[in-house]
Design a binder for this molecule. Structure first.
Ligand code: NAP
Length: 286
């Protein structure tokens, strides 16, 4: 898969411009696992941007994805910049795979400091359209996966004396969006409750857990998941989504990555159990 501008929309999903963003070592020496670190289409999604950002800031990164080729494209981008990472093919909705992820990370890098749970699928539809299968699959991939992987990773963090977990939710957890995705919204709301409870449970053991709620972002994920729900025309969908944003434009994967980096770094050492939006005031207005 080639990096670059989104072929369908021309939106800002370009590869990183390293010279413009010097490394500051904000997670230097840390080891990060990023799930869904590939991308469903050409360009930069939330997971890919986050993986690149952690690596740029000094972390060694395990790139987990169901689609190995997509993770390998991210690996090439990180290695091009001199970063340290490796790919691992796994399905995060599978308990056995989650165990393998944690063990492999510790075998390769010796520890796990950051767990970034990015994987998410969206099957559009309200109550009428959503099938029981859609519901179960969405809950398994978006929510149960986080439970399963945290169960495997947290014991290592506890043994090390701490760690940071970043769970990618959505503003759809707290607001109804123009294209209904009932199962998705409920799974993303579940992530907030999960984040809060686990944060409290582990607050005295140095493990911080926070949720990031992206607003409408121009990423390959949106092109793949929502074009049909918006009428089938990618340009029209992107234009409509831009117009719905108070800033007149959607955000992108780098916006999600920068908030995630902050939450994963020591700068956020007193922040845990939080659910933070990165949405250019979309929820403030609605
Ligand atoms: P992406 O482009 O969809 O990339 C996610 C990667 O995860 C894909 O390579 C995908 O592989 C992989 N994946 C899917 N199911 C998996 C599984 N069970 N196990 C392991 N890997 C799996 O997504 P993104 O743009 O990086 O980020 C998406 C996240 O942001 C989701 O959680 C989404 O809900 C959230 N979000 C996005 C927006 C937005 O507007 N873009 C807004 C709010 C929240 P396959 O291609 O094989 O499926």
């Amino acid at each position: 898969m080639a990096a670059g501008n989104c072929q369908q929309t021309g939106h800002n999903i370009q590869p990183p411009q390293t010279k413009d963003e010097p490394m500051q070592g904000r997670v230097a020496g840390r080891v990060a696992i990023v799930t869904g670190s590939g991308s469903v289409g050409p360009g930069i999604g939330n997971g890919r941007a986050s993986a690149i950002t952690y690596a740029r800031e000094g972390a060694r990164v395990m790139l987990v994805d169901l689609d190995l080729a997509a993770a390998q494209a991210t690996e090439a981008m990180i290695r091009d910049e001199g970063g340290d990472c490796f790919c691992f093919e796994a399905d995060v909705s599978d308990a056995g795979d989650c165990g393998r992820i944690a063990r492999e990370c510790v075998a390769r890098y010796g520890r796990i400091d950051i767990l970034h749970n990015n994987v998410g699928i969206e099957i559009p539809g309200g109550l009428t359209e959503t099938t029981a299968e859609d519901w179960d699959r969405t809950m398994a991939v978006n929510l149960k996966s986080i439970f399963l992987l945290c169960k495997e990773v947290v014991p290592y963090m506890e043994e090390q004396g701490g760690g940071a977990i970043v769970n990618i939710s959505s503003i759809n957890a707290i607001r109804t969006l123009p294209a209904l995705s009932l199962a998705y919204a409920v799974s993303k709301a579940g992530i907030i409750a999960f984040t809060r409870d686990v944060a409290v449970e582990y607050a005295d053991r140095g493990i911080r857990v926070n949720a990031v709620l992206p607003g409408m972002m121009a990423t390959p994920f949106v092109v793949g998941a929502l074009t049909e729900a918006y009428g089938g025309d990618v340009e029209a969908m992107m234009a409509r989504r831009d117009k719905l944003c108070p800033m007149g434009r959607q955000g992108d994967g780098w916006d999600v990555a920068r908030l995630s980096l902050f939450l994963a770094s020591d700068e956020a050492s007193y922040i845990t159990g939080a659910a933070m939006v990165v949405d250019g005031a979309q929820t403030a207005r609605i």
